[in-house]
Design a protein around this ligand. Structure first.
Ligand SMILES: Cc1cc2nc3c(=O)[nH]c(=O)nc-3n(C[C@H](O)[C@H](O)[C@H](O)COP(=O)(O)OP(=O)(O)OC[C@H]3O[C@@H](n4cnc5c(N)ncnc54)[C@H](O)[C@@H]3O)c2cc1C
Length: 406
């Protein structure tokens, strides 16, 4: 027993659930650790799903977050596949779809998010896919044969990664985006334009402001796609990459404070002191909205698990995520500011370009670097140190920015 806690229950066994369990055991929690997962596959990471797994270059075992024997050694009481359907906060119990009722001293919600399908009927159509789970990636992977026609609905990160993977496998790819530009929710116009050119150059037919999309089964197989009532072609596979829905319903229905996700403090505590949350489902305590990234899921979960054990560990990481598309590793650091600062483009070569945004005091607000991981490392240090930066020097590719080490 640690700190009078004998039973911890984790709901959701993705990246955040896995890191919470690992951290609890590594830090001496020797009571009962129960995990509920509605997937049979547990403790695997999702970034390879739209990249190497989809391309058939990585198998399921390689996506595990920890070696199988390390997971075994965590001595977990598994409830899978099963779904947590209600929390009784008074009794400190969670009811599962199977009818089981599990008690807890402390509860950790790591329920993540799920793929959003804007028209429910699409999910029922043969040939329509989303990419959220290993099974999804395996099923879609079977469609990836040269010469087949794929449509992607949504020009966000996952849609673009699937487009890149499918083009590399020799498919004909069309991408339909309702908005005027790609990844509009997370990057500025300059980066959207870069992504548009990248994909167009690789032969993706990118249609922005595409108009209302409708999908119908095609005679003879596949899916017929129309735009604003006009036929736009038959596709062998349609991938819906229309963003994610935060899986906050379990906490919300139990009365926990919820905005776009579950509201937590810097230590991962929700509005109930015995319930913690981390990962996609929880807001970032400083930014006030959910960050859907691998690093956030891992580090927020570690901080919440340590705090739950009494080792208060505030989480305040600057958002960071990456995306791999064709020959480009794209890393995104920081969050969009209020638009009052300076935008700088640093071009070091055709395939090495960075988009730097400084605030009104010339401090780094966000950095999007294509094929420049060193600059991202440096950017993390600039943000941490709150360093003021010289805009002209950042824009000049002849200048070695390592001189600006804090
Ligand atoms: C295809 C894909 C590619 C990505 N690529 C990148 C990338 O390149 N870089 C990057 O930084 N991030 C990437 N991400 C984002 C990153 O993987 C997620 O932010 C991360 O997986 C979030 O982890 P999580 O544990 O919070 O949630 P999840 O991974 O969603 O795990 C939550 C788990 O809880 C389960 N669950 C939900 N509700 C219940 C319930 N009531 N009962 C039981 N179980 C439940 C879910 O089914 C799921 O298994 C990618 C995501 C996807 C889908």
């Amino acid at each position: 027993m640690s700190n009078g806690i004998s039973r911890i229950l984790i709901i959701g066994a993705g990246q955040a659930g896995a890191w919470a369990a690992h951290t609890l055991r590594q830090n001496g929690f020797d009571g009962t650790l129960a995990v509920v997962s509605n997937e049979s596959q547990v403790f695997y990471e999702r970034p390879p799903l739209s990249k190497q797994v989809l391309a058939g270059e990585m198998d399921a075992a390689s996506t595990l977050l920890f070696p199988a024997d390390a997971i075994e050694a965590m001595n977990i009481e598994w409830h899978k596949p099963d779904t947590a359907v209600a929390i009784d906060r008074e009794r400190k119990e969670v009811r599962l779809a199977s009818g089981k009722v599990l008690g807890y001293d402390k509860l950790m919600l790591t329920t993540g998010s799920r793929a959003r399908v804007p028209v429910k009927a699409w999910a029922e159509l043969d040939g329509v896919y989303t990419v959220r789970t290993l099974d999804d990636a395996r099923r879609l992977g079977e469609e990836l044969e040269p010469g087949r026609r794929m449509a992607i609905i949504g020009g966000g990160w996952i849609g673009l990664e699937v487009a890149a993977t499918a083009r590399k496998q020799g498919l004909e790819v069309s991408l339909f985006e309702l908005g005027e530009r790609l990844c509009a929710r997370s990057v500025g116009t300059d980066v959207s334009d870069f992504l548009y050119r990248l994909h167009s150059d690789q032969g993706v037919d990118v249609r922005l402001s595409c108009g209302a999309i409708d999908l119908q089964p095609a005679a003879g197989g596949g899916v017929e796609l129309s735009l604003a009532g006009t036929p736009a072609g038959r596709f062998d596979a349609v991938v819906v990459g229309a963003g994610a829905e935060i899986a906050s319903e379990l906490g919300r229905e139990a009365g926990l404070e919820t905005t776009s996700g579950l509201v937590v403090d810097a230590c991962g505590r929700t509005s109930d002191r015995d319930i913690y949350a981390a990962g996609d489902v929880a807001i970032h305590p400083e930014l006030g909205y959910c960050i859907q990234s691998w690093a956030n899921a891992q580090n927020q979960a570690i901080s919440a698990a340590l705090s739950l054990l009494g080792q208060e560990t505030p989480y305040a990481d600057v958002p960071w995520l990456w995306s791999d598309q064709y020959h480009c590793n794209i890393q995104i650091l920081g969050a969009a500011g209020n638009g009052e600062g300076t935008e700088i483009r640093r071009v070091c070569g055709n395939d090495q370009v960075s988009f730097i945004r400084l605030d009104a005091d010339n401090r780094l607000e966000s950095l999007i670097a294509v094929n420049d991981p060193k600059l991202i490392k440096l950017g993390k240090r600039w943000i941490k140190a709150g360093m003021q930066l010289p805009p002209e020097m950042l824009a000049d590719p002849a200048q070695n920015l390592m001189q600006l080490k804090p």
